[in-house]
Design a binder for this molecule. Sequence first.
Ligand code: NAI
Length: 284
Amino acid sequence: MINDKILILGATGQLGSQLRELLDSQAMDYLAPSSKQLDITNADLVTQYFQKYQPTIIFDCAAYTNVDGAEDEPGKTLDHKINAEGTKFVAQAAEMIKATLFYISTDYVFDGNKITAYLPEDRPHPQCEYGRTKAEGETSVLNIMSKYYIIRTSWVFGQYGHNFVYTMLQLAENHSQIKVVTDQIGRPTWAKTLAQFMIYAWRQKISYGIYQLSNDNYCSWYQFAQEILTDKKVKLIPISSADYPQKAQRPQRSIMNLDKVKATGFLIPTWQSALREFKEEITN
Ligand SMILES: NC(=O)C1=CN([C@@H]2O[C@H](COP(=O)(O)OP(=O)(O)OC[C@H]3O[C@@H](n4cnc5c(N)ncnc54)[C@H](O)[C@@H]3O)[C@@H](O)[C@H]2O)C=CC1
């Protein structure tokens, strides 16, 4: 492990930045090329880079994450190139050098119709283009890689980049009321909890396979907003998804079962305590 050579893809994104922060705090070295330096949609470039630098651990946080933008030209757009083809190129090049790959996936690979929580082995049945391209990425990793972790996550918030928590806090600055959807249920995830689990999985050498990691407990977007704005004067108005049309269909109920991660010994904080800690971090 001490001899591992770490490569982070998508290192400037919300999760990639959090991962860098954690590795920096542990004085760990890593490679972190920008998307300009290493565009994962260029198969030759990916192969050459991997051959040259020979990373042994690849944290792949690179993705096209504009869920509604992905709907514009299904199957042809940038999201397909990055999430489906790009992931395949990364997996092929990683397998050639016998590296271990961490691929981050999403609850949007599920349709959201299951009453009980989704298990890691449940069959993906995505309803939107973003979910379809991420599911294709999963399939490539499963088919190509021998040493891999697919980690599905959901509703990510963190210090770096755009997310629901920042949007709510910003809206509360100059609005007296905010409408928020009540009929979509899921699990928020602090990017720091996810980055900590990725490092834990690598260090503890847990078994390869598919994992699901979000913060514990679940809520609607409305309940999430209530907790985010608990100390603000703004009035929250509950609305249904039908009152807030979006291009991409989101799962109504995308609760993922976390037992497999818990069985590794990793302690998962509730989303409420993660949110509290996150708010303390950004206000200090
Ligand atoms: N943000 C969320 O709520 C959720 C995110 N995820 C997944 O978690 C992972 C991390 O997401 P975030 O950090 O939030 O995304 P982000 O959008 O903040 O970052 C994406 C990163 O990918 C890089 N990238 C984009 N195109 C690239 C290309 N062609 N070549 C190389 N790099 C490229 C970007 O430069 C950026 O650094 C992604 O796989 C995403 O699908 C899963 C569920 C929810």
